[in-house]
Design a protein around this ligand. Structure first.
Ligand SMILES: Cc1cc2nc3c(=O)[nH]c(=O)nc-3n(C[C@H](O)[C@H](O)[C@H](O)COP(=O)(O)OP(=O)(O)OC[C@H]3O[C@@H](n4cnc5c(N)ncnc54)[C@H](O)[C@@H]3O)c2cc1C
Length: 428
């Protein structure tokens, strides 16, 4: 679909400055924008608060490769996450269709399949071990020979010690998804110009705390300038910045930490052979790497994973490491212009499942902690928000993401028997 289709924004317009919105969305990344879109579609007046406005470029989504990798990223110890991801992957076609229809923007959903390649013998052992795990969970993936792998990806380098194929996996273009969401919210027209008919009010600013009512319920947020933004409901969707918003609220645990990741974007428009490829993932001497070619000619190489506090820019060593491993799989990458290098923070929780659902106090909904699968999980998160805005229970598939799992339980009192029997003494 071309970006030329024009849509007239439907539904309510943005709340007037000064009148509290029904919903205040904190964070304008892919999850926050999707939350805002679902809220306006539900007929609610919405304000979105983000230091970056609604551009989406400050968030992890700007780095994301857009793999909808419910199968090939299924890992030991993450069975619950794999189930959530499979459910989310199943919602993508309908979500993309609805979003494209609302915006006129092509989000680049492609059923490309994923080839996973093991570089050396040790990588092959791990590749087959993961294959066995994924198949034991009923996931659609099987082993292919080196010749079979080369048939799917003729550009593969000389080292292929094992390979698997996940035929059903799709990819999407995350930056196009953000553009589509902004367009559906009336923040830009399909050609990128501001529309003047925004369906959501955007405030540039960083939330620094919640505002609580006399009963403890959340009635707004405070921003860095000390300004209070009253609202009927706060949706906390600030990605890796979410924990800092509730740092003074001991009864609102949001255990989200930043996991830094870098991706590179290369341009294969002028070089034959790349656009038609599936996603290629690899393990190169135990280091994971992936290459995501898009039909339009963009090729994304990723990703590093670092548990450290965010710093600006991308380390030269990260660019080196990604290219070293990616070109071990696909040597032809050497020929492509490098056009973009982006590092952002993934929002990770202790169990790697997101926090999606009603918060532990009234007036607060959590939609954060999507870690390395946030693009994949956006339609499922949107479905949960649809239900919450309608006052209905969230879909079954989201239950594992209930924020209540991190709320400490007060231990129930241990029942004490009224009188303990006194043991009778036997004969001396
Ligand atoms: C290198 C890399 C590759 C990835 N690849 C994939 C992939 O292939 N597939 C996939 O499914 N996922 C992928 N992800 C993960 C995905 O990008 C994230 O899970 C997803 O972007 C999370 O969305 P979000 O909206 O919650 O957070 P973000 O996209 O990070 O957006 C958060 C927003 O909140 C704002 N914010 C922060 N603090 C505050 C505050 N105090 N007040 C107000 N606003 C605030 C930020 O400015 C930002 O706009 C990748 C991530 C990285 C880093």
């Amino acid at each position: 679909m071309s970006a030329a289709r024009t849509r007239t924004p439907r539904g309510p317009s943005a709340p007037r400055p000064g009148s509290p919105p029904d919903v205040l969305v904190v964070g304008g990344g892919v999850v926050g924008l999707a939350a805002a879109w679902r809220a306006v579609e539900a007929g609610l007046a919405v304000t979105l608060l983000d230091p970056d406005g609604a551009r989406g470029s400050a968030g992890a989504v700007h780095a994301a490769a857009g793999m909808l990798a419910a199968v090939s990223e299924a890992e030991h110890g993450e069975h619950a996450l794999a189930r959530v991801n499979v459910a989310a992957a199943g919602l993508w076609p309908a979500f993309a269709h609805a979003l494209e229809d609302a915006s006129g923007v092509d989000v680049g959903l492609v059923a490309s399949g994923t080839l996973t390649v093991a570089y050396d013998a040790a990588d092959a052992v791990r590749c087959r071990e993961l294959l066995a795990l994924q198949r034991s969970w009923g996931l659609d993936v099987h082993e292919v020979t080196a010749a079979g792998a080369r048939k799917r990806v003729p550009l593969l380098g000389p080292h292929v010690s094992a390979a698997t194929w996940a035929a059903g996996e799709r990819q999407v273009d995350p930056r196009a998804v953000v553009t589509a969401l902004r367009t559906a919210l009336g923040l830009r027209d399909p050609d990128g110009r501001p529309t003047g008919t925004a369906r959501v009010r955007v405030v540039e600013g960083a939330a620094t705390g919640l505002v609580r009512g006399p009963g403890g319920d959340v009635v707004g947020v405070r921003d860095r300038r000390g300004e209070v933004h009253p609202t009927g409901l706060v949706v906390l969707a600030a990605g890796a910045g979410s924990a800092s918003v509730v740092r003074d609220e001991p009864d609102v645990p949001v255990p989200v930490r930043p996991v830094l990741g870098a991706t590179l974007r290369l341009d294969a428009r002028e070089v034959p052979g790349f656009r038609e490829l599936p996603v290629v993932r690899g393990s190169v001497q135990h280091r994971p790497v992936y290459v995501v070619p898009r039909p339009g000619g963009e090729v994304v190489v990723g990703a590093t994973s670092d548990e450290r506090e965010p710093t600006p820019g991308t380390r030269a060593g990260d660019v080196f490491a990604l290219l070293r491993d990616a070109r071990a799989l696909l040597p032809g990458l050497d020929e492509l212009p490098l056009v973009d290098v982006t590092t952002r923070a993934r929002p990770a929780t202790p169990d790697h499942l997101p926090l999606v659902g009603a918060g532990p106090v009234p007036g607060l909904v959590l939609a954060t902690g999507h870690h390395r699968n946030g693009v994949l999980q956006t339609p499922l998160t949107a479905a949960a928000l649809d239900a919450l805005f309608a006052g209905e229970p969230v879909p079954d598939a989201v239950r594992a993401c209930d924020p209540a799992r991190f709320v400490p339980r007060v231990p129930a009192p241990v029942p004490v028997p009224a009188a303990l029997p006194v043991p009778s003494r036997g004969p001396a």
